[in-house]
Design a protein around this ligand. Sequence first.
Ligand code: G3H
Ligand code: 13P
Ligand code: NA
Ligand code: ZN
Length: 316
Amino acid sequence: GLVNTRGMFAKAFKGGYAVPAYNFNNLEQLQAIIQACVETKSPVILQVSKGAREYANATMLRYMAMGATELAKELGGDIPIALHLDHGGDFDICKSCVDNGFSSVMIDGSHLSFEKNVELTKRVVDYAHQYEVTVEGELGVLAGIEDDVSAEKSHYTNPEEVEDFVNRTGVDSLAISIGTSHGAYKFKVAPGESVPPLRFDILEEVENRLPGFPIVLHGASSVMQEYVDIINKYGGNLEGTAGVPEDQLRKAAKSAVCKVNIDSDGRLAFTAKVREFLYNNPEVFDPRKYLKPARNALIDMYKHKNINVLGSAEKA
Ligand code: G3H
Ligand code: 13P
Ligand code: NA
Ligand code: ZN
């Protein structure tokens, strides 16, 4: 069955690696996540966003995730699997997920005032913990794709707030903002210019103030150029994309960061292979024919992240 994130994070913290948190919206993404994590013997967090619930139906996704635990066993791997609500926006969506079999939820009150964030997060924690569901909170705002991250210092997590927040809310993990953002356009850089480094100094200060406490990194896709190139070669038009370099994610995974969120890299890999296949096989109209290479690309990408970036392989 599904497990919450408590044991996963304790092991990851001690072991100096991060558990992958991969978003899914459909069958092929879920199959790829499970196969990659079984083959690499990695624990995994399956993430469902509000948008995913709207797209695929909340009940469908829940049963799919439960089915995925059976699939993992069938594939020969008994790996820890959590089902997590990504960016829960209010108490009701968190409660609904707790009531419907999720093992973990995020309450994202990062846009609220500190006091309102504490109040909302504590309310979710008090409810979720009755059912052994773990809760992720957030302090600091991830820059929107329009923002110039390096200039908007006020968006970063203020390390002076973290102890108070964790103590007063009872959260099990904390997402912080150290320069990442969501999507495929994380940094504004001229071609050939390198992206600004993440604020590891903020992460270190947070670690010092919260000894042994699991930290979460959102917006952690590296926006792999190989997929952007394929998309653009076969009719796509993505310009000015930029992600977090993998060496920085490797470094983060060795720290108190115990959960790394990756969605965009999966979208890019999937779209690249669908475009390539349809371009090269214009006579094909069976979705299985073009979804299979896309699913295979996802499997390879997730295995690469587990083995070479997050260090979660062989940790199940
Ligand atoms: O946090 C954002 C995740 O990548 C989910 O994205 O809301 O488009 O499903 P979404
Ligand atoms: P990316 O857009 O970088 O994949 O981030 C995903 C994320 O943080 C989901 O919560
Ligand atoms: Na870690
Ligand atoms: Zn996120």
